[in-house]
Write a protein that binds this ligand. Structure first.
Ligand code: SF4
Length: 110
């Protein structure tokens, strides 16, 4: 798996993504059961509200080899403060439509 992670720009100030990287290393969260090697292609924020730039960023991750885009848990779960992104569904739908079915989109990380 070659994964590109998109995280919430608003959350960036107080989260360095440690739990995302641990989930990959320890095969927990959404990565539980993944037996193949996981390569992190990139780790980038959504571009800010209202997430329109997330499509461009997902494209860049795919250009750099990502076959999977993971939306970090700060987006749909609102980790770590319990405040999900109000644009999460739209963001996912836009990215999925833009990238097509060959790219897997994960709804969370840990
Ligand atoms: S669009 Fe959502 S994920 Fe992106 S910065 Fe705003 S709240 Fe965070």
């Amino acid at each position: 798996m070659k994964v590109g992670i998109i995280r919430c720009m608003q959350t960036e100030d107080y989260c360095p993504g440690t739990s995302d990287f641990k989930a990959i290393t320890n095969r927990t969260g959404v990565f539980e059961g993944v037996e193949e090697e996981i390569e992190i292609v990139g780790f980038i924020n959504c571009g800010g509200c209202p997430a329109k730039k997330s499509v461009l960023r997902a494209r860049e991750l795919v250009k750099r080899g990502a076959d999977t885009i993971a939306l970090a848990s700060c987006i749909q779960k609102g980790a770590p403060i319990g405040y999900p992104c109000p644009f999460a569904k739209k963001m996912k739908d836009l990215i999925a439509e833009d990238l097509g079915e060959s790219i897997v989109i994960l709804d969370y990380t840990h």
